[in-house]
Design a protein around this ligand. Sequence first.
Ligand code: SAH
Length: 506
Amino acid sequence: MTVYLVGAGPGDPGLLTQKGAEVLARADVVVYDRLVDRSLLALAPTSAVLVDAGKRPAGAVDQPEVGAGSGAARQDDINALLIAHGQAGRTVVRLKGGDPFLFGRGGEEAAALSLAGVPWEVVPGVTSAFAVPAAAGVPVTQRGLSSSVTVVTGQVGDESRAGAVDWESLARAEGTLVILMGMATRGEIVRRLRSGGRPADEPVAVVEWGTTARQRVVRTTLAGLEAVRLASPATIVVGPVARLALSSPERRPLSGRSVVVTRAPAQAGALAVGLRQAGARVLELPVIEIADAPEERAGLERAAGAVGEYRWLVFTSANAVGHFVPLVGDLRRLAPCRIATVGRATAAALSAHGLLADLVPERPSAEGLLEAMPDAEDGGRVLFVKAAAAGETLADGLAAKGWRVDEVVAYRTVEAPPPRAEIAAELAEADVVAFASPSAVRAYLHLRDTDGGRLPVPPVVACIGSTTAMAARTAGLAVAVEPSSATVEGLVASIAAHFGAIPGRR
Ligand code: SAH
């Protein structure tokens, strides 16, 4: 029922704020801009409507997010769209590059929404103005070099207009200048900064696609800026700090590669995390979704109401925690219970409710949990909160230890619908698909087949181990990467080794 003006961060999808991810996850409509990394769209529910508001005007060189170049009409259209969806009571995410209120026209959209009486909220973002220089090792202020920073638009525009940039005054004031949207007009900017007194040898750093896998940095001086051939989006830093290179952007083994991984609740994202750490751009494809199990609801509520009768509560997934704990109501009813989780992700879900797990086995599996669970004293009761499709291992094993086990179903998993066109287009560009289980292979191919072939199989198929590779080969895929140790680390390392000396595409 609210329009959220959300900053998507400077490029690296990991720099979206947690709050931004939260509102995306419950969006009905997402209106996104050109510079927003498309992989963020996968955070929205599959039912959300996606609107591309950043179609680039033909021939534009270095425009702000929307509007400029194609006239105010486009911005009016966007305002009208946000208002209409807002008035219809939808949760709308207006996803903008960097921070929405810095040269993103977020202020105009907010004003239009207020005028129309539509509730809105801003979710600030990490701005490229500071994050992009940082990614190139340039701090925008530094003791002894610069004690102020000015962020300025390079769109020189009509000098007589209110708000036109007074470059000569900026030149006279000391301090760092961070110029956004300045590449097209850099000749004019240099001329005016020089006439305001900045020296020809003033250090300049230009960063293209900062914070992303295709980041490029050129260091020069004011005199050399015009000759720099980098394209939009680029950020120009002028001032003594531009000489600094506190971190050399290391080239990580998978920089410039994009990898598709299937996202299933059980996989807990370890593979995606490992791949990102190696520099890859990860496209997560949801293959399984979590759904309520309404027919089990009564049993679940009954168990939640009588929770104090159980000696132990056992959770095997964060989803089970999420579906059960809110039903308990007053958490003091849990006082007599001890709580076991199968792994750390589930324990983390508990801690989000202010609960600490008493038992988290070393080995995150049903077997590991059984091993760690004590034997029952005097026929105590255990409540096992599980998914509809859960196997019997855990319940049987607990019973064998003497526990009286009650099982309740908190949720069920269903196949995700095929990806939307926006996501499918991104997937089509991927270099690798990485499978961490035979079920991931099957789910992926199932999606491909239901999607009329829109979902391609990337050129390199990587499998975590021999069982998964077997499943892929049986399905007719040529497996190019199969590590000798079947671990996430092994898989990431083998994908990196596969690309070895082949330079990144971007
Ligand atoms: N609201 C955005 C800025 C919008 S103006 C923010 O807070 O970051 C768009 C300009 O930002 C681009 O023309 C470019 O100058 C800069 N920019 C955005 N993303 C960038 C990136 N990844 N690398 C370099 N510059 C970037």
